[in-house]
Design a protein. Structure first.
Length: 470
C-alpha cells in the first residue's frame, strides 16, 4: 500500500481519529479484515461476521502490529471510527481504495468479468503480466465490495499492473466496483446462466457484465475492451463502449485466434495462437478445452500491454493453477485420476467439465460426482436434467448426484435410452465418497463438480486421504 498517515486516511474515509490513535502515525499496509493476517504497519478493518465480530479482535490486531483499527464500534485500540455500522465501514474501505488507485499513475488496471472462468483467467493474466512488471491480483475470488478494495490497497508506487476480477449479483454492482478502481482494459469472457435466478434473464446478466466496458476510458485515452467474439451477447457489447474493441475467439473474424486446438491425454489444450499477422504454438499447463478462451483473453491483454506473440505463448504455457478446486488434477498411485472442479458450477462450466472428463477418460472408465447448480431460477430442473443427459451421452460409468436439488441430473441421464451407466442420488459428500470407493477401479477418472454451497471438494479430499493411509 502507498503509505498514508492516519489523519489522511481519516479524511479520505470520512472517519474520525479515536482513542489513542496518533494523527501522524503511518499505515504502510496491508489492509486486512482478518486479524490473523495483520503485519506491522497494517490497518485492520473490523466488520461483523456470521460467527464473530471483528471489533472483538481489535486488541489482537494492534498487538500484532496494526497501526490502527477501522471500524464502527468504539474499541480500546487506536481507531478510525466510522458512523453507521458495517455498510459504512465497507463504503469507507472503498473510498480509501479509490484514493490509492488514483495515485497509481504508473499502473494499468485490468478488469475481468464473465459468468464463468473469471478467477482462472485473472490468475493466468497475473502470471503473464508479471513478466512485464510487478503485478497485483486477488487470491481466489476476491471480487466483491470488500475483496476488490482490499486487493487495490496492496498496490504501491512500484506496481505496474493490477489484475482484478469483477463480479455482480445485481445490476449496478460492476459499475460500482469500477468507480473504486477504474480499469483501462476490460475483459468480458462470456455471458451464461450463472445467477439467472437472481437476475431474471440472460439479457439482464449481459446488461450487468457490460457495465465493465461502459466504465472504460475513450479509445483516445487508452481504453480497450477485450470481447469474446464467439459469444454473441459479449460481442454485442462493442456498441456499449467508447473504448477500442479487440476481439478474441476461434471465429475467423476474431483479432486474436486459436486454431488447430487439440487436447492431450490429461486434457491440456494445445493450439496455435494467431494475432496481428504473427503466430506461435501454445501448450497450456491448465486442464480443459474451455481454458483456450481464457488463454486467448489473457493473450489479448498481454499484447495490448506490449508483449510479443512468442513471449505470450511461452508465458501461457508456464502459467499454472493458483486458486483451489478449479480443474485441480490429482493422479493416485493406482492410476486413478481425480479432477476436482468443485469451487463452483453453472450449466456452461459443468458442460465444459464433462467434455474435459470425456477427453481425459478416453478408453478409461469415467465417474462424475455432480452437485446442484445454484441460483438458476425457474429453469433449474430443466438445466439439471440437460446436464444429466450430457453426462450420459458422454458415457460416464457412474453418475452421482449429491443432494435432493441435484436429483434431476440422474433423472436426465436415465432418460437417455442408450446409456448403460449407473445413476445414484446421495445425500452428501461423505456418502458420495463412500459410493465411489465401492465403484472406482485402478486407472478410472473421477470428476467432482458443484456449486460452492455443496462443498464437494470434500469428495476429492476424502478419496485422496484414503489413498494416503494405505
Amino acid at each position: 500500500m502507498i503509505a498514508l498517515t492516519l489523519d489522511r486516511i481519516a479524511e479520505i474515509t470520512q472517519s474520525r481519529i479515536y482513542g489513542s490513535a496518533q494523527p501522524s502515525e503511518l499505515v504502510t499496509g496491508p489492509v486486512v479484515v482478518d486479524s490473523r493476517q495483520v503485519v506491522p504497519g497494517g490497518l485492520f478493518v473490523a466488520l461483523g461476521g456470521e460467527r464473530s465480530d471483528g471489533h472483538d479482535f481489535a486488541d489482537a490486531a494492534v498487538a500484532a502490529g496494526a497501526t490502527a483499527v477501522l471500524g464502527s464500534q468504539p474499541v480500546a485500540a487506536p481507531q478510525l471510527l466510522v458512523d453507521g455500522g458495517d455498510a459504512e465501514v465497507v463504503a469507507a474501505l472503498g473510498r480509501l481504495a479509490r484514493a490509492v488507485a488514483r495515485e497509481l499513475t504508473g499502473a494499468d488496471i485490468v478488469g475481468v468479468t464473465g459468468s464463468s472462468g473469471k478467477t482462472t483467467t485473472k490468475d493466468m493474466l497475473a502470471q503473464v503480466l508479471d513478466r512485464l512488471g510487478p503485478t497485483i491480483a486477488p487470491a481466489g475470488s476476491y471480487n466483491n465490495e470488500i475483496g476488490h478494495p482490499l486487493t487495490v490497497l496492496r498496490a504501491d508506487e512500484d506496481t505496474r499492473f493490477v489484475a482484478l476480477e469483477v463480479a455482480a449479483r445485481g445490476i449496478g454492482h460492476i459499475a460500482h466496483l469500477c468507480t473504486i478502481a477504474p480499469p483501462r482494459i476490460g475483459v468480458v469472457l462470456n455471458v451464461g446462466s450463472a445467477h439467472v435466478g437472481e437476475f431474471g434473464s440472460r439479457e439482464a446478466i449481459a446488461r450487468a457484465k457490460g457495465e465493465l466496458v461502459e466504465a472504460l476510458p475513450d479509445a483516445g485515452d487508452g481504453g480497450v475492451a477485450v470481447l469474446n467474439a464467439d459469444d454473441d451477447a459479449v460481442a454485442a457489447m462493442a456498441s456499449r463502449t467508447r473504448a477500442r474493441v479487440v476481439t478474441f475467439g476461434r471465429a475467423e473474424g476474431a483479432d486474436v485466434r486459436a486454431t488447430d486446438v487439440t487436447l492431450d491425454a490429461v486434457g491440456r489444450a494445445r493450439f496455435t495462437l494467431e494475432m496481428a499477422g504473427h503466430s506461435a504454438p501454445v501448450r497450456l499447463a491448465l486442464v480443459g478445452a474451455h481454458q483456450v478462451h481464457n488463454a486467448l483473453a489473457v493473450a489479448t491483454v498481454a499484447a495490448e500491454c506490449g508483449m510479443a506473440v512468442e513471449e505470450i505463448a511461452a508465458a501461457l504455457g508456464e502459467a499454472g493453477p493458483v486458486s483451489r478446486w478449479r480443474m485441480e488434477v490429482t493422479e493416485l498411485a493406482d492410476g486413478v485420476t481425480i479432477v476436482n472442479d468443485a469451487y463452483n458450477a453453472n450449466p456452461e462450466s459443468t458442460a465444459a467439465a464433462l467434455e474435459t472428463l470425456r477427453a481425459i477418460g478416453e478408453q478409461r472408465r469415467c465417474h462424475a460426482v455432480l452437485g446442484h447448480m445454484a441460483e438458476l431460477g425457474e429453469g433449474a430442473r430443466a438445466e439439471h436434467e440437460r446436464i444429466g443427459r450430457l453426462a450420459a451421452t458422454n458415457g460416464v460409468a457412474t453418475l452421482l448426484a449429491v443432494g435432493d436439488e441435484a436429483a434431476p441430473i440422474v433423472e436426465g441421464a436415465n432418460g437417455v435410452a442408450a446409456w448403460r451407466g449407473e445413476g445414484l442420488t446421495v445425500p452428501d459428500a461423505t456418502e458420495a465418497a463412500a459410493a465411489l470407493r465401492e465403484r472406482v477401479r485402478p486407472k478410472d477418472v473421477v470428476l467432482v463438480k458443484g456449486s460452492r454451497v455443496a462443498g464437494l471438494e470434500q469428495v476429492a479430499e476424502q478419496l485422496i486421504a484414503v489413498e494416503g493411509t494405505q
